[in-house]
Design a protein. Structure first.
Length: 645
């Protein structure tokens, strides 16, 4: 870097979803409608699992129920049980387990399970995020400018350009900082960093072609003993904010004076700048510099290394009150400020913020970045303005109006240490660093849209980056960082959640979700088995309760325990093989075995009725004499659990 960075930065002596969501609470059944009962599938599954029963479905559902409520500790517990039982699951469960582990701090194990997910999802070997991807986006916003070095530049330091006469937005003059060349001066007027003169503020005329001419030192008391630079003017031309370096009291540990920067306010009085004010945002043990005004001129943006900074230097904002006093400085936050250095803010008349940074990913040194301001926040992405404004050197002090402007740089083809370049913007900047994510959320059973479902987008570190709600048509959309991989999750009360992982560098991502209810209202005549997705099958020509059927029956039992008012009519069936009378008797045995199992597990027999129906209520076409495979016959060997008064 060249000397402007040494001058201004050396003086600056610059010093995840984390919250856990509460479990969903179900509304109690309305006492006025005793015929209604609410079934919480999560509680059913939990009771079954804690009774010692194991199945893939149980552990998937339990893990999901906690995962989608951000209770990652419990989610990890049940996903661990799932993978102890089997790894023959959908790839997304490897991802959910990995995310749960990462959320509770088990990073190394999380990486192992993410690698397994990458293999299962056929992602192994692909780059999930790297610098080249971001460079591609920078390149797409490059070559929008025509740029040229100005004749006004000297062999010394020339930088910064502040528009004057802003009330017309027809700029005829700019003010910039310069050492006036490399002429050696006496030691009393020499900067010890480079032996050059100290910086002063000069005014120059702006020609039609963007060149500058007739530079003269500005009138008044602004230019003094040390450096002055980085000016900004109010629209009426009567007030100027500028940067000057001063001496602080000597340190107890050193006899040397420490140099800090301060922002001052000057007023145009009788044809010259005077009545200079030291502003309340300044301090004796930190620096403030590079002032900028918003279009309404009621906010002052500036740079500081005050102890509250995120990085070496941050951009702050202070409200300008009607009496001219300044409010408490506010840090612009981590979208703007990094662990590195942010400097030289500039606000356009369209409320766009341009600034320089070496903390955001760029082409090297300071790069110029853009973001649209909105209220007290931002709209859209932070965008690198690309080449040729940015280079592998330091590029800073960017100003623009009506697609014309100036930028300063210490790039290698300059005339001096730092030069001012004029430019013309030939194309508008593009929002290329975002991907559009959109889709529709519907009920898996009814296919109807689900309104007010919550869509949450997480980055690879499980940090929440976006949250939106579906509209009345179940539609959602949001923008996400294009250069990063993300996980999108959907959640809605009384429904099972869902999620999907999508890769980076996609211009658009469309994904529709179908959610199944896990908390349902039940009424007389409904089959609890269907509501809970319970399937009770029997072997051919047998009436005993199979092991897989026991797990399913435990869901029915848990439901009856949680809802003591429910009574069931249990209906058992056979397939069509064997004669009708035999099947009627077989179905009666199955019915008796089913009821007895439930009674043995503590449910009163007074709540249960039932009988066998033989082959009289087949689920499909497999009646006598019709050829069917075993799977089709199996569908008929079943029990139903109908809710009674």
């Amino acid at each position: 870097m060249k000397h402007i960075i040494l001058i201004f930065i050396s003086f600056f002596i610059l010093n995840s979803i984390s919250s856990v969501a509460q479990e969903r609470k179900l509304k109690k059944a309305n006492k006025e409608y005793e015929q209604l009962a609410y079934i919480d599938a999560t509680k059913v599954y939990l009771e079954v699992a804690e009774s010692g029963y194991k199945s893939k479905e149980l552990f998937e559902n339990l893990g999901d129920s906690y995962y989608f409520n951000a209770n990652y500790k419990e989610a990890r517990k049940w996903y661990k049980e799932l993978f102890s039982l089997t790894e023959d699951v959908k790839p997304v469960y490897f991802l959910r387990y990995s995310q749960s582990l990462k959320a509770i701090g088990n990073d190394e194990i999380s990486k192992q399970w993410f690698d397994k997910y990458a293999i299962k999802a056929n992602l192994k070997g692909k780059e999930f995020e790297n610098a080249n991807d971001y460079l591609q986006i920078i390149n797409q916003n490059s070559d929008r400018y025509t740029i040229k070095n100005l004749d006004i530049n000297t062999e010394g330091i020339d930088f910064g350009a502040a528009y004057k006469d802003k009330d017309t937005y027809d700029y005829k003059k700019i003010v910039f900082a310069t050492t006036g060349g490399v002429t050696k001066v006496s030691s009393k007027r020499r900067n010890t960093w480079d032996g050059l003169s100290f910086l002063n503020l000069y005014e120059a005329a702006v020609n039609e072609d963007g060149s500058l001419s007739n530079p003269i030192k500005i009138e008044g008391d602004v230019n003094r003993k040390f450096h002055e630079s980085s000016a900004v003017f109010t629209s009426d031309g009567k007030t100027m904010y500028f940067t000057r370096n001063n001496s602080s009291p000597k340190s107890k540990r050193s006899k040397k004076e420490i140099q800090y920067l301060k922002i001052y306010r000057a007023h145009w009085v009788n044809g010259a700048w005077g009545n200079i004010e030291d502003l309340s945002i300044n301090g004796d043990n930190y620096s403030t510099a590079h002032p900028a005004l918003n279009p309404s001129e009621d906010k002052l943006y500036f740079v500081s290394d005050v102890p509250q900074t995120i990085g070496q230097t941050d951009i702050f904002m202070a409200t300008i009150n009607k009496d001219g006093s300044l409010g408490k400085p506010v840090n612009l936050g981590e979208k703007i400020n990094t662990k590195g250095r942010e400097s030289f803010p500039y606000i356009t008349k369209d409320n766009e913020l341009y600034f320089s940074s070496d903390g955001h990913y760029g082409l090297g040194g300071y790069d110029v970045f853009y973001v649209k301001l909105k209220g007290n926040g931002y709209e859209g992405s932070l965008i690198n303005v690309g080449k040729p404004i940015n280079s592998s050197y330091d590029d800073f002090a960017f100003v623009i109006d009506n697609h014309k402007g100036f930028v300063s740089s210490n790039r290698i083809d300059g005339k001096g240490y730092d030069d001012i370049y004029s430019f013309v913007e030939n194309k508008d900047i593009k929002e290329l660093s975002k991907s559009k994510l959109f889709g529709v959320v519907t009920d898996a059973n009814t296919k109807e849209p689900i309104a007010n479902a919550t869509i949450t987008v997480l980055d690879k570190n499980n940090n929440e980056v976006a949250t939106v709600k579906t509209d009345t048509k179940g539609y959602y959309h949001t923008l996400v960082e294009r250069s990063k991989t993300h996980l999108v999750k959907v959640h809605k009360d009384k429904y099972d959640g869902d999620d999907m992982f999508f890769e980076k560098n996609l211009e658009e991502i469309s994904y529709n979700f179908e959610l199944s209810k896990n908390v349902v209202e039940v009424t007389q005549g409904e089959d609890i088995a269907k509501l809970l997705n319970v399937i009770i099958f029997f072997d051919y020509n047998k009436s005993n309760i199979r092991n897989d059927a026991k797990v399913e029956l435990e869901k029915i039992i848990a439901t009856l325990k949680q809802n003591p008012s429910i009574k069931l009519d249990i209906r058992s069936h056979t397939d069509s093989r064997a004669n009708d009378n035999y099947n009627m008797g077989l179905s009666q045995k199955r019915n008796k075995a089913t009821i007895q199992y439930i009674v043995n597990r503590g449910i009163s027999s007074k709540r249960l009725t039932g009988k066998g129906y033989g082959e009289s209520q087949l689920m499909n076409k497999c009646s006598n004499g019709v050829p069917c495979d075993e799977k089709m016959h199996q569908a008929n060997r079943r029990s139903e659990f109908i809710i009674m008064e």
